[in-house]
Ligand binder design. Structure first.
Ligand SMILES: [Zn+2]
Length: 485
């Protein structure tokens, strides 16, 4: 067997001001054929797992390019077309192949392309013809369009959010692909449109139980090969945005459709109950000021660069300043210009500095203070599980009992080590203000006296009923109360 694999992925918040070009892919991951490292990033596990599976089976794996850009705004048209055509050219060179196994995200949007993955898969299908297996692993924060479903045989999505299972799901993808190529199964995909959009952390109920149920059904139900929830991605203003249920069966389309509908309606019945409850900035600061022991961790949940925002909102910091809070450390606020000024001034300098809230509306106002520069660090990094996440050149500034880390590479606050990287002991502060929706929890909960989930300003379109969508469908919950007539 000869199998072609490649990856092209990013998550596009179409409301984000941070445009994505080729350099943004190269800064995160760009690997030419055979150059992909041994460890996968989120959307490239089909390549690394494919190496292991094909070695085991004695099959030939032909690797194309792999690209991943951290979540941000629209991808430049030329960048998408270049990366796409690079992969298509490699596939033509690789012919004949028996299968194409792709690593995608599913929420990419490029200038001029609302559905880049649908475009890419359709072009792949045109090259290989109707009889060759085409499949992909995707992130559940994606848009399952009719075009991409028609072009591929089947999809497998990560089940967990946080996405701890991207390698396990790549094994599921390859397992079904191997059985298909050996003639043991014939995968068909059934899709149910839940007519809703929501956010579904799987670390808590009710989504934990729902995902456990999916895995139990996969293990017990005859002819069910894979079940996925496509969460959807509310920051992508595209026509087919929304939550879907996917059942991949062994040639049992009717059974798959019935199962997808049953599960999809079950999910719909729980709409609006999945997220942790959030408070506004006034209540968050009330909690912080009332605390007798620290650190109280305030998560600015919607100004999360992991969801494509700039990460420079100042709404909560301004509230802390207005209320006279001290013993506060903030990590981080993205402001490359302010960082550049701090580096020029040097450690120990006292300077007037304007920082934050320069990138998008509804994120507060820039803050003007006379600040003391306490530390500077080139190419700062924080821990992220077993690996490291870079946050660029960084400056620790101090004013009025408040410490702020300014950074120059956008990154969400994965781990308290972002503070120690600059010399701040995070356990010594009463209040830690960070930017992350969900991923921060594991590491920060170990040091926090209390965690406050705060929704401040509108850095992210997290209230779909109020979001001014131009392209997304509006016949789903919560844009309408009862999408099922
Ligand atoms: Zn995701």
């Amino acid at each position: 067997m000869r199998i072609f694999t490649a990856a092209l992925a990013t998550e596009t918040n179409t409301f984000s001001p941070i445009a994505i070009d080729r350099q943004a892919f190269e800064a995160s991951l760009y690997a030419r054929p055979g150059e992909h490292p041994a460890t996968p990033t989120l959307c490239t596990a089909p390549i690394t797992v494919g190496r292991a599976v094909c070695a085991r089976e004695g099959w030939t794996l032909i690797e194309g390019s792999a690209s991943w850009a951290d979540p941000a705004g629209l991808v430049a048209k030329a960048t998408y077309e270049e990366l796409r055509d690079e992969i298509l050219g490699q596939l033509r060179q690789a012919l004949p192949v028996d299968a194409v196994v792709m690593g995608l995200h599913g929420a990419m949007v490029a200038q001029g392309y609302d559905d880049p993955e649908g475009d890419l898969l359709t072009r792949i299908r045109d090259i290989v013809g109707p009889d060759i297996l085409v499949c992909a692993e995707l992130d559940p924060h994606s848009h399952l369009t009719a075009k991409r479903a028609a072009a591929a045989n089947f999809f497998v999505y990560f089940k967990e959010f946080p996405h701890t299972d991207f390698v396990d799901r790549a094994y599921d993808l390859w397992d079904i692909a191997v059985r298909t190529l050996k003639g043991e199964v014939k995968p068909v995909m059934s899709i149910f449109d839940c007519r809703m959009i929501d956010v579904f952390p799987t670390s808590k109920q009710p989504m934990r139980g729902f995902v456990d149920q999916l895995m139990a059904l996969e293990a017990s139900e005859p002819d069910v090969l894979s079940l996925s929830v496509v969460h959807g991605f509310m920051a992508g203003d595209v026509p087919e945005m929304g939550t879907k249920l996917v059942a991949v069966t062994n040639d049992r389309a009717a059974k798959g459709a019935a199962l997808a509908e049953r599960l999809g309606r079950e999910l719909y019945a729980m709409r609006g109950t999945f997220m942790v409850s959030q408070v506004d900035e006034r209540t968050a600061v009330d909690v912080a000021l009332a605390a007798t022991k620290g650190p109280v961790v305030i998560a600015d949940v919607w100004d999360n660069p992991g969801g494509g925002t700039a990460g420079d909102a100042t709404v909560i910091l301004a509230e802390l300043i207005a209320r006279g809070a001290t013993d506060v450390a903030v990590g981080t606020i993205w402001d490359p210009i302010a960082v550049q000024i701090c580096f020029a001034a040097g450690v120990g300098a006292q300077i007037p500095l304007r920082f934050g809230a320069k990138s998008a509306p509804d994120t507060g106002n820039p803050i003007d203070k006379i600040v003391t520069i306490k530390a500077l660090k080139k190419n700062a990094e924080m821990k992220f599980g077993a690996s490291f996440a870079p946050f660029g050149d960084a400056a620790w500034i101090h004013f009025d009992g408040i410490d702020v880390i300014l950074n120059s590479t956008r990154a969400q606050s994965f781990d308290p080590s972002l503070f120690s990287a600059l010399g701040i002991d995070p356990t010594s502060r009463k209040v830690l203000l960070i930017k992350s929706t969900n991923h921060f929890y594991d590491s920060f909960s170990k040091i926090a006296s209390e965690i406050v989930y705060c929704s401040a300003g509108k850095p992210y379109p997290n209230r779909p009923a109020e979001t001014n969508y131009r392209k997304a469908r509006k016949d789903i919950w919560p844009m309408v109360e009862k999408p099922w007539l």
